[in-house]
Design a protein around this ligand. Structure first.
Ligand code: HPA
Length: 274
C-alpha cells in the first residue's frame, strides 16, 4: 500500500465536507490527561475518526477518537483528541495517517504531547519536559515501504525536526510563567508493556531522559513532509526500577490527569505566543 495523497484524498474530502470552510494552521495532538485543553477550543467542530474514510480507529483507553477543529488562543487548530499507537496493532506504515491528513488540510506546524516515564532522576511526576530530540531503536519506521514522493523524499533529515524557533517561544513562556520546564530526550518503546529496570538503565546510558510509547511515529511523519514540530512530555511516573514499586496504567492516567490543568494553562500560553 502506498499512503500517498491520492490514498488520503477521501479522508480530506470527508473532513472538509464537515467543517464548513475552516482552514486549520496549527496541529495539536493531545496525550493522556490533556483532554482539558480541547474543552477550551472555541466554536468546536468534531469529526470522529470512525466516520473518516481511509483513516484509523482509536482503541486505547482514555483516548476519545476525534479531530476537533476550532480556534484556540487565536490560532486555527486541528486537534487530535485520541491518537494511534503501534501497540494497538497497527503497522508502522499505517501510523502516517493523522499527520498526512493534517498536512493535506493545510496544517503548517505541529505540537505533540504525551505522558511519559522519567528516566532522568532530576525529574518528578507532574513535571513537564520539552522534547529537544528523540531516540527510536526499534527497527521499523512509518516511512517504510514505497515512498510517498508527494509528501517528501525517500531519505529525509531529522537534525532539526524539533523546531528551534518554537522551542525558543516555549522557553520564554516558561520563564514568564515562572514554571520549570525540563528539556530532554524522549526515548521510544513500542509497548504495551512498560520497560524493565534493565531497559531503563540502558536508556539512561544511551541518553534518554523520558520514555514513552507514542509521539515518535507522528514526529517522523511530520519530518518527512517538512512540518516543524514542538513536543512536550508530561512526566506521569518515574520509569521502571527507579522506585521500588511496580508501574500501572492507572497510575499514569491518574498523575497525568492531576497535572493536566497546569500543563494545559502553559500550553495555551505557548499556542498564543507562537
Ligand atoms: N514507560 C513507557 N510509556 C509510558 C510510561 C513509562 O514509564 N509512562 C507513561 N507512558
Amino acid at each position: 500500500m502506498k499512503y500517498d495523497k491520492a490514498y488520503f484524498q477521501p479522508a480530506v474530502d470527508y473532513i472538509k465536507s464537515q467543517i464548513g470552510g475552516f482552514e486549520p494552521k496549527l496541529g495539536l495532538i493531545l496525550g493522556t490527561g490533556l483532554g482539558g485543553l480541547a474543552a477550551q477550543i472555541e466554536d468546536p467542530i468534531e469529526v470522529s475518526y470512525k466516520d473518516i474514510p481511509n483513516f484509523l480507529v482509536s482503541t486505547a483507553p482514555d483516548h476519545a477518537g476525534k479531530f476537533i477543529f476550532g480556534t484556540l488562543c487565536g490560532k486555527k487548530m486541528m486537534c487530535m483528541s485520541g491518537r494511534f499507537h503501534f501497540y494497538e496493532g497497527y503497522a508502522f506504515e499505517q501510523l502516517v495517517a493523522p499527520v498526512r491528513v493534517m498536512k493535506m488540510m493545510g496544517v503548517e506546524r505541529l505540537i505533540v504531547t504525551n505522558a511519559a516515564g522519567a528516566v532522568n532522576t532530576d525529574y518528578a511526576p507532574g513535571d513537564l519536559m520539552m522534547i529537544t530530540d528523540h531516540i527510536k531503536m526499534t527497527g521499523a519506521s512509518p516511512m517504510c515501504g514505497p515512498n510517498a514522493d508527494d509528501f517528501g523524499p525517500r531519505f529525509f533529515d531529522m537534525t532539526r525536526v524539533y523546531d528551534r524557533s518554537m522551542m525558543a517561544v516555549a522557553r520564554e513562556c516558561a520563564k514568564r510563567a515562572e514554571i520549570k520546564v525540563h528539556e530532554g530526550v524522549y526515548f521510544f518503546f513500542t509497548g504495551p508493556q512498560f520497560e524493565t529496570p534493565a531497559e531503563i538503565r540502558a536508556v539512561r546510558v544511551l541518553g534518554g531522559d523520558a520514555v514513552g510509547m507514542s509521539t515518535v511515529t507522528e514526529v517522523l511523519t511530520a519530518a518527512h513532509c517538512g512540518m516543524p514540530v514542538l513536543g512536550f512530555s508530561m512526566i506521569s511516573n518515574m520509569a521502571a526500577g527507579i522506585l521500588d514499586q511496580p508501574l500501572s496504567g492507572e497510575e499514569v492516567t491518574e498523575i497525568a490527569e492531576k497535572a493536566g490543568p497546569r500543563f494545559s494553562a502553559y500550553l495555551a500560553d505557548v499556542i498564543r505566543s507562537l
